[in-house]
Every structure is written in structure tokens, then in C-alpha cells.
Design a protein around this ligand. Structure first.
Ligand code: SIN
Length: 483
């Protein structure tokens, strides 16, 4: 922490209505690389969450009334400040989340790119005129901000998941309250500091950092002044939050779990597929919702793909995210290590073969070795659940139809990837995959210009792109009569 040059980025309490809330009751923020306490943050309560919602409600009318160009200008300032402080923000992120510094820098730029994108989109929140059924009428359609937006964000992207929700909400004219994951509040609080410096008015952007997920979650999903709720996290928690939102008929966006298939067909460029898989599998040590989870390889290229992948994986450097050259950092906590270990072990018990890795790494108790498992099948838990760790599980298939059936054989529908150089197959398979996002000969699909989101039990709503504003606006139809 002492290497963070802008000390104002290190905050220790929630940011509500433009001021920092510093209670005596505090919780520890732990570095997952060495389990040391990094900081103690004042524990916000459900009452603080209510305070944040009320201040967002108070700030809403004035923020919504600002010309779009003014909101855009303030968001651009926020973007620039984030990029100016990219190194400090990345260090803070690595310290509390664990990912390698180079990846953390990438996340800061990725998060900021949503703020820049939506600053531009704020000015393009167009409406519509529709030909009316009679000559004395006109139909005008306007898009209006929904009101106060509440959000709960995960620990795997402590900056970018907040930035991409808040950017769209603020651009549309909404005000915003977020509860960051309790493991990673510091990145959220640093974003609040820069929001303040950028001139975002008090009450427009609020961060409620606390450990009472249930109590704070109740307020954010049920409070009558919350118009819309947005969540990124597991499907199980998302279902519970959806039920809570149902009582108030809140607008909801859910970016939930995934179980991404990564298909390698026999006509693929195998080297490119290996490189694509390295991105899609090992980003953030495998802890992303869009990480390749089931690697389906056509039988005739199975062995050569497995050999090349094994060689590439042995070159991965596992180390503290702050160490030079680190590519795989620690998992977030003990529970994550236990889950990955258990999924891997049960696959091996059921007949899978361990080709590489297979346990904790000498870098520390939360570091997991890049692991390659072969002979996996669709009945194993490792094929059904999100692994959320650096374990690559290979399964063979024979035909295109079988690959499509295996890929779609999941309740999830977030991301899928496939490699093929046959143009007909590319269109057939892209069409048949039941997923919200499909990477074709590409392992890195996330960017601000594209609509991020899933189908089936991976949720609904889209973040990023021009579609990203839809979830934060209501359509209002004006009927002008007597003309
Ligand atoms: C996530 O894991 O939820 C987000 C990943 C991304 O934005 O690429």
C-alpha cells in the first residue's frame, strides 16, 4: 500500500451523498497472495444503504435535468482521472484481488473504456417519431432515465463491473448506489474518490461497503425509491435477488454464471486455438464468468491440441500479482481453492486423466497450479459447474452436431467460443449455439463497444454498446392530439 502514490485513493469508509462515512466498526481487507491485512474499512449497515438510496433519490432530479452534453463532460473527466491514476488503481486492485499487475492495469483501462463509451453515448439517447393512425395526431417516443439504480458487484473485477454499470446509469441520467464485494471494497472506494474529483455531484454516485450482504441487499432490492437493480454474480444469488426485486416490480439486469464451451474443430488453426484458449481460460486465474469451462476438441486433433496446450501451459508463471512476470495470481480465498480441488478430484475419481499440475502451487496456499485434465465427460461435475480456477478440462467429440449438443447441454448461456476455418461451419455453429456471446476464432471477446450478457440462466440485460443504455431508460410515448 505504501507504493500507492496518490494517498487519496486509499479510503476507509463508504461514500454516501458526497462524504466519507467512518464508523468505528470495521472489517479487514485481506491480500489473497499472503493473507495479510491490507486495510480496515468501516462496516456500512443496512441503515447506511438506506441513506445512500435516499441521497441518490434526492440527487436524481437535478442530475437527470442536466443537458446530456454536461453529463458527458463530467463522465469524460472521470475517465481521464481514472486513466491518470491507472498505475495506482491497478496496484490497489492487485493487492486486494490478486490478479497480476499487468492484468489489473488492463482491467482499469477496460473499466474506464465503458465510462468513455457511455460519455459519448449519453449524447445519443435518441427518441423516435412514429406515423400516427389519424391526421390530427402525432406520436412521439422519448427515453427517460429510470431513476435510482442499485447494484451489487463481484470481487473478480472490482473496478470494471462497477464502472460499466455506473457509466451507463449516469449517462442515462440515473443516480447510482453500489455495494461492492466485501473482499474488494478498496477499488470501489478509489473510484468514488475520483468520481468526486471529476465533479460528479453529491448523491449521484454512492458506494456502500459492508459485510451485511443480506441486510444491505434487502435495502437495494426492496427500497421503494430504487427503480432498477443490476447484479453481477452467481446464478444462485441472482435468483434470490430477483425474487426480492419481484415484490416491487423493479427493473432488473442480471449478469450471472457461465459454463462456456470452447470448441476446437478439426479444420481449426490449432496454434491459434491454443493461444485463444490461454486467454479464455487463464485470465484472472480462471476466475471470470466468461472463462472457457468445457474444452471440446474433435477427436482427430485431440492429441495434437492437448500436447501443444500442455507445452504452452508449462510456460505460465504463477506468482504474487505484484511480482515481475506473474501471469497467474492466487485464488480469492480458501473456499475457492477447496472448490477447484474438489471438482478436479471428483473428475479424476470418475476416470479423467491428470496431464499437468493438479494441486496447490509453492507460491502460497491460495495459488493453484495451471492444471490440464483429459478424458472428461459431460456427466462429471467439472463439466456442469463453473470451475473458477486455472484448470483446463478436455473432452473429445466426433461430429459437429455432437459438439453443438454438448455445448448447449447446460442451463447457462453466457459465452461460447469455437475455432474453425470452414465458413459454412462458422455460420452453422454460431447460429446453433445458445449463448449471448460467441467468440469465433477469438478468445478475448469483452470490450465496451459490444453487448455483454447472457441467455438462459446466465441472466438478461446487456452491458456496453449502444444497447447498454436500454436497461437504464424507460420508453415514454407522447400522444399529441387535436392538431
Ligand atoms: C465477469 O466475469 O463477470 C466479467 C468478465 C468480463 O467482463 O470480461
Amino acid at each position: 500500500m505504501q507504493h500507492i502514490s496518490c494517498k487519496a485513493l486509499i479510503q476507509h469508509g463508504s461514500f454516501i451523498n458526497g462524504s466519507w462515512q467512518l464508523h468505528d466498526n470495521r472489517f479487514d481487507v485481506i491480500n489473497p497472495a499472503n493473507q495479510e491485512v491490507l486495510a480496515q474499512v468501516a462496516t456500512a449497515t443496512a441503515a447506511d444503504a438506506e441513506q445512500a438510496v435516499l441521497s441518490a433519490e434526492l440527487a436524481f432530479a437535478a442530475w437527470a435535468a442536466q443537458p446530456a452534453a454536461k453529463r458527458a463532460e463530467i463522465l469524460q473527466r472521470w475517465y481521464q482521472l481514472i486513466m491518470q491514476h491507472q498505475d495506482d488503481l491497478a496496484r490497489l486492485l492487485t493487492l486486494e484481488q490478486g490478479k497480476p499487475l499487468a492484468e489489473a492495469k488492463g482491467e482499469i483501462a477496460y473499466g474506464a473504456s465503458y465510462i468513455q463509451w457511455f460519455a459519448e453515448e449519453a449524447k445519443r439517447l435518441y427518441g423516435d417519431t412514429i406515423p400516427a393512425p389519424s391526421a390530427d395526431k402525432r406520436i412521439i417516443v422519448q427515453r427517460q432515465p429510470v431513476g435510482v439504480v442499485a447494484a451489487i458487484t463481484p470481487w473478480n473485477f472490482p473496478n470494471a463491473m462497477i464502472a460499466r454499470k455506473a457509466a451507463a446509469a449516469l449517462a442515462a441520467g440515473c443516480t447510482f448506489v453500489v455495494k461492492p464485494a466485501q473482499q474488494t471494497p478498496l477499488s470501489a472506494l478509489a473510484l468514488a474518490e475520483l468520481a468526486d474529483q471529476a465533479g460528479i455531484p453529491a448523491g449521484v454516485f454512492n458506494v456502500v461497503a459492508g459485510t451485511d450482504a443480506k441486510g444491505i441487499g434487502e435495502v437495494l432490492t426492496r427500497h421503494e425509491k430504487v427503480a432498477k437493480f443490476s447484479f453481477t454474480g452467481s446464478t444462485a444469488v441472482g435468483k434470490q435477488l430477483l425474487k426480492q426485486c419481484a415484490d416491487g416490480v423493479k427493473r432488473v439486469s442480471m449478469e450471472l454464471g457461465g459454463n462456456a464451451p470452447f470448441i476446437v474443430f478439426d479444420d481449426a488453426d490449432i496454434d491459434a486455438a491454443v493461444q485463444g484458449l490461454m486467454l479464455a481460460k487463464f485470465r484472472n486465474a480462471g476466475q471470470t464468468c466468461v472463462c472457457a469451462n468445457r474444452i471440446l476438441v474433435q477427436r482427430s486433433v485431440y492429441q495434437s491440441f492437448a500436447d501443444k496446450l500442455a507445452i504452452t501451459m508449462t510456460q505460465l508463471t504463477v506468482a504474487d500479482g505484484l511480482a515481475d512476470g506473474s501471469q497467474i495470481g492466487p485464488l480469492i480465498d480458501d473456499k475457492a481453492v477447496a472448490k477447484v480441488t474438489q471438482l478436479q478430484q471428483s473428475a479424476l475419481d470418475q476416470g479423467a486423466t491428470l496431464l499437468l499440475g493438479g494441486g496447490c502451487h509453492s507460491a502460497g496456499k491460495q495459488f493453484f497450479q495451471p492444471t490440464l485434465i483429459s478424458d472428461v465427460n459431460a456427466d462429471m461435475a467439472i463439466s456442469k459447474e463453473e470451475i473458477f480456477g486455472p484448470v483446463a478440462a478436455l473432452m473429445a467429440f466426433d461430429t459437429e452436431q455432437e459438439a453443438i449438443e454438448l455445448a448447449n447441454n447446460t442451463e447457462y448461456g453466457l459465452a461460447a467460443y469455437f475455432y474453425s476455418r470452414d465458413i459454412g461451419r462458422v455460420f452453422r455453429v454460431a447460429q446453433a449455439l445458445q449463448f449471448g456471446m460467441v467468440g469465433i476464432n477469438e478468445g478475448a471477446i469483452s470490450n465496451a463497444a459490444a453487448p455483454f450478457g447472457g441467455v438462459k440462466q446466465s441472466g438478461y440485460g446487456r452491458e456496453g454498446s449502444h444497447y447498454g443504455l436500454d436497461d437504464y431508460t424507460d420508453i415514454k410515448y407522447l400522444c399529441l392530439g387535436g392538431l
